[in-house]
Design a protein around this ligand. Structure first.
Ligand code: DGJ
Length: 741
């Protein structure tokens, strides 16, 4: 049955004068969008202004919004506009600001029309709203998509110039959401290299809080374009009203949270206007990325699950594919390898029971061999002295052992010491007469230039054609954009660089996806520098951090999986002491934590003891048996690592609630007085579950092998033995088939 998501309520029709013309239009309408549990309501006023009325839990009958009055005097310029522009009646941070062809700096958008787009899936409803400046032929087409089951709503716009000549866009947000609550507690995700996605909550006060990136490339390394907003009280996991959101864009972005004198919070997100004035010639248009929102009355947990379902169903590339476990060569070999060493690592990966070997940085460059980060980047020919028989020999060898093969690339970058940099200096981002800066000894290629886009596509195409055994690419990007400038872009359009760079990147990805739909791609950017819903349209997974220490990863993955589902988070067991932090952790702790995402290993197996090898083999086998629950199940966080005495616990529960896996970690010693209590929300209270402790030969939990009711597990909870620093536990819960008892 087709559901009706959007409709209009026409109150009456009036004839009124507007923009110098007689118009016949309804005086007041409601544009109503709904999902299974949510409503988004906009109202059209008599003068064709489209106002934002409501976003929250379902209101099936929106008609009172036609009569609603605020009892306050009309404060011209403070209305909750659906897409406020600079000038006209808006004093808030504008979603849109324009210098028109005639120099006019005011824009005042009026509603023209809207329609429901038919013919889409039963689950998705698309509404398109057309706005026009009251005076000049400048149009905004807003697209709102509502995802019924997932309770997600997305907004984006297309800005079109039909004026006589060029207009200049200064602000161009994707979406704007004014909401009303008593108090606002905003959680954002920030950090730095090797400590990405640290979650921090702030109570908003009047004024504006902004998160943004101006880095162009590693745009999510220090702040992620996503948020969780708790209404009225601080965020909690299982209850409370929460709006969560994210922007699907891999370039400079900005998210503004502006709290005004009426206690209205306007949430606004889009491409960052920083140094990005955008010139639209007559007839041209700019399309913005999607801003994504969800709302849940079940706290952070409910909001995360909505976003995870939506991302798995509509965003992540081939989300249903099984993610192979892997051995990555980086921390095990860095740049120091030869064919013999790699073949041995493939042997070891195979005997550990892993499913793929990934050859990381260092395999290319001959004139300027890539033996460290100083040289060779850009010269994508196999290094003959390290790998004389070529990549194909390695892929064949791996395939014979039934192992997939993956390869590292960093196609957007070039070392000054490379044949490419010498041959094509004009492809390097920078401005003549100013210093060309290196970061990690490398320059950025100018992806606004179609020749560079073709070069990158052809490079990847050649690699994949000459080694058809490659089934995975790790796409790295180890610097950001600075001192930008393009020899390709016209002088007057240098400010288009930031937007065109990201569009160029997506264009390359589209071509690759067209030709290689099945290749697995990991988005990596010095670790978590490109973790966003924009890149996930093309990639199956992300490398969330270069920090592989499980203690740090607890926080990094906790933050990442607030927004992005576990199946995208590459999560590797590495050596102890850890190479980034020097922290020492037991192998079991490292495995247990890595198993909460897409499991891999990143160490030199040769250096492992036979005991560790044995443990690893069992853990990898176990992971394969529960991987579907982690990848496809619902995430129920149990104890946050931020406020639970050094405990962290989470569970994944299969959609039919028949199987679940629970992970518990202790990462600080708290004496013997505190033991964690894990209440297992999300299970079926009316079923019985058998508990089996995994990843151990000697179970530590007294309930191992016993059967518990769902009610017991939810209400009383379990008390696993997590007492010492780096104790950890993994429990499998399986519903007991009552018919056999
Ligand atoms: C940064 C990545 O995040 C690492 O995993 C590794 O691939 C190095 N680059 C290689 O240079």
């Amino acid at each position: 049955m087709k559901r009706l998501y959007t409709y209009i309520i026409v109150l009456c029709c009036l004839s009124f004068k507007m923009a110098g013309q007689e118009n016949t239009a309804p005086a007041k309408e409601i544009i109503f969008t709904e999902t299974k549990d949510l409503s988004l309501i906009m109202t059209l006023t008599k003068d064709s202004t489209l106002e934002f009325s409501y976003f929250g839990l379902k209101i099936t009958d929106p008609s009172p919004f036609l009569k609603k009055t605020s009892y306050r005097r009309v404060d011209y310029g403070t209305e909750k506009l659906v897409y406020p522009a600079a000038g006209g009646r808006n004093f808030k941070e504008p979603a849109l600001s324009i210098t028109h062809a005639n120099g006019d700096i005011n824009t005042d958008l009026m509603y023209i029309s809207h329609k429901r787009v038919t013919g889409m899936s039963d689950n998705v409803q698309q509404t398109e709203i057309v706005f026009r400046d009251r005076k000049l032929p400048l149009y905004v087409y807003m697209t709102i998509r509502a995802f019924w089951k997932e309770n997600v709503i997305t907004q984006s716009v297309k800005i079109k110039n039909d004026e006589d000549t060029t207009v200049v866009l200064h602000n161009f947000s994707s979406g704007y959401l004014p909401i009303k609550a008593q108090k606002y507690f905003l959680s954002t995700f920030s950090g730095a290299w090797a400590k990405e996605m640290t979650m921090e909550e702030t109570q908003l006060t009047q004024g504006m809080k902004t998160i943004q990136s101006r880095k162009g490339v590693r745009t999510t390394l220090t702040e992620n374009p996503s948020f969780v907003l708790s209404l009225d009280k601080p965020l909690s996991e299982n209850e409370g009203h929460v709006i969560a959101g994210a922007l699907a864009w891999s370039g400079n972005y900005i998210l503004n949270f502006e709290l005004d004198e009426f206690q209205i919070l306007s949430i606004q997100g889009g491409m960052n206007p920083y140094s990005s004035e955008y010139f639209l010639k007559k007839g041209e248009e700019l399309i913005t990325p999607e801003m994504i929102f969800t709302y849940s009355s079940c706290g952070a947990g409910g909001a995360s699950r909505n976003l995870h379902d939506w991302a798995r169903n509509y965003v992540i590339y081939n989300a249903r594919d099984i993610r192979p476990t892997l051995l990555n060569s980086w921390e095990g070999a860095y740049f120091n390898f030869n064919e013999k060493k790699l073949l041995k690592m493939i042997d070891d990966a195979h005997s550990l029971g892993l499913e793929m070997f990934v050859l990381d940085d260092g395999w290319f460059g001959n004139k300027y061999p890539r033996n460290d980060s100083n040289a060779g980047l850009g010269d994508w020919q196999v290094n003959k002295s390290k790998i004389p028989s070529g990549i194909e020999k390695l892929t064949d060898y791996a395939l014979k052992k039934k192992l997939k093969f993956g390869l590292w690339i960093e196609p957007e970058m070039v070392n000054p010491q490379s044949e490419l940099a010498m041959k094509h200096p004009e492809w390097i981002t920078g401005t003549q007469g100013r210093p060309f800066t290196t970061i990690r000894n490398q320059y950025l290629l100018d992806l606004t230039n179609p020749e560079v886009q073709n070069f990158i596509f052809n490079t990847i195409d050649n690699i994949l054609k000459s080694s058809p055994g490659i089934s995975y690419l790790k796409w790295d990007a180890n610097r950001h954009a600075e001192s930008v400038g393009s020899t390709y872009l016209p002088e007057k359009e240098q400010s288009h660089f930031w937007i065109k760079y990201t569009q160029g990147l997506y264009h390359i990805y589209e071509n690759i996806r067209e030709k290689y739909p099945n290749i697995i791609i990991q988005s990596c950017s010095s670790g978590g520098g490109r973790v966003d819903f924009g890149i996930m349209k093309y990639t199956q997974e992300v490398w969330v951090s270069d920090n592989t220490d499980p203690r740090s990863r607890i926080f990094i993955q906790y933050g990442t999986n607030m927004i992005y589902p576990a199946l995208v988070s590459g999560s590797h067991v590495s050596a102890s002491p850890n190479h980034q932090t020097n922290n020492q952790t037991p192998l079991k702790f490292r495995f247990d934590l890595a198993m909460t995402g897409r499991l891999g290993m990143e160490l030199q197996p040769e250096n492992m003891s036979s005991e560790d090898i044995k443990f690893s083999k069992n853990a990898i086998l176990t992971y394969k048996q529960i991987r579907d629950i982690i990848m496809e199940g619902d995430l129920y966080r149990i104890l946050s690592p931020y406020n639970n005495h050094g405990y962290y616990a989470l569970s994944y529960i299969s959609k039919n609630k028949k199987r679940a896996v629970v992970f518990g970690f202790c990462f600080e010693f708290q004496g013997r007085t505190i033991t964690p209590l894990l209440q297992l929300n999300g299970l079926n209270p009316y079923k019985n579950y058998k508990i089996t402790e995994l990843n151990t030969e000697q179970p530590t939990f007294w309930g191992d092998g016993l059967i518990f009711s769902g009610q017991y597990l939810i209400n009383e909870g379990i008390n696993p033995k997590l007492q010492k620093c780096y104790d950890s536990i993994v429990l499998l819960l399986e519903e007991i088939d009552e018919t056999n008892n």
